[in-house]
Design a protein around this ligand. Sequence first.
Ligand SMILES: Cc1cc2nc3c(=O)[nH]c(=O)nc-3n(C[C@H](O)[C@H](O)[C@H](O)COP(=O)(O)OP(=O)(O)OC[C@H]3O[C@@H](n4cnc5c(N)ncnc54)[C@H](O)[C@@H]3O)c2cc1C
Length: 325
Amino acid sequence: MFNFSVEKQTQSSEFDNIKKWDFLVVGGGPAGLNAALYAKRKGLKVGIIVNEIGGQLNNTTWVDNYLGFNMIEGENLSHTFLDHVKQLEVPILKGVYVQNIDYLKPDFSVSVSNGKEYMTKTLLVATGGEPRKLGVSGEKEFINKGVTYCATCDAPFFKEKHVVVAGGGNSAVEGVIDLVPWASKITLVHRSQFRADKILLDKLNDIEKLDIHLETQILAVVGNERMTGIEVLDKHTNKTKLIEADGLLVEIGTVPNSGLVKDMVMTNERGEVKVDLNQMTSIPGLYAAGDITEQPFKQIIISAAEGAKAALAVNQYLNQNYKGE
Ligand SMILES: Cc1cc2nc3c(=O)[nH]c(=O)nc-3n(C[C@H](O)[C@H](O)[C@H](O)COP(=O)(O)OP(=O)(O)OC[C@H]3O[C@@H](n4cnc5c(N)ncnc54)[C@H](O)[C@@H]3O)c2cc1C
């Protein structure tokens, strides 16, 4: 069904032939790929620099909430996006890292791990993020075998199962609420007290199948082929115990990959990049889209849409506001 044959690594020399790009995109997840597609259709000289095409899609088993696909493997969705971008012949420099960005008013110089530097009039940073991990034994082993980081994405896969939710903030409480139509039992475990808003916490009162363990620290995820439970330390009694469960939803926040720009542009307390309605950061010509930004809903369709917005805004900026040559 999917044509993967169009994928071909752009040689560094193809990239080197361009003296100055109109628009360079850092990142090849949904945000970066869609931005490149929109920019190319506007006739911009656009290229993508990326470490791994697909980004977080490569760690997603099934996606069932991307419009137009009832159910598709994350990796196949990524290939589908890439096929579309490749049909427009957007040059992609992949398997490399952008290591540094210099603002040369109004242009940008981008230093890449292949030892090269590329000049561009505008730049999109779409380097995504990753879910914050608990960092306990068994967590990594049971990813997609019970352990998940996305309630919106995976709640329906826990039909009639017992799921533990780790966390005490808004996203953990929302995770519990997302699970209610599906799970047979939900246990919320948090190492300290709730940080979630009262309006959300009030909603927990009516959930009969919910158990709450505060001041309880998760020590390990256990299981065989799949996870079968978690080991916890009850800080009130200082005793460890096993909670048997089919799933563990970890909702303790995301870590944005904003290291490249966090000292250049405005970020929030979590290190997420602040952007305006056009996805522009606090530096003219420098844009951000997708999970790296402070928009709260980290989803494929939202990242892709932000990428499109950024590209359209870049085109407008180049036509109306760009002061260079
Ligand atoms: C397990 C899991 C399941 C999920 N399931 C769903 C789901 O079912 N539905 C849904 O809508 N969302 C889901 N999500 C969320 C979704 O995957 C993200 O919201 C989306 O991928 C974000 O897209 P992005 O383009 O902003 O960033 P990412 O997908 O994170 O892509 C970032 C890109 O930047 C590149 N990069 C990073 N740093 C550099 C650098 N220095 N130099 C060069 N390249 C760099 C990476 O290689 C990658 O290509 C899930 C997430 C996870 C973790």
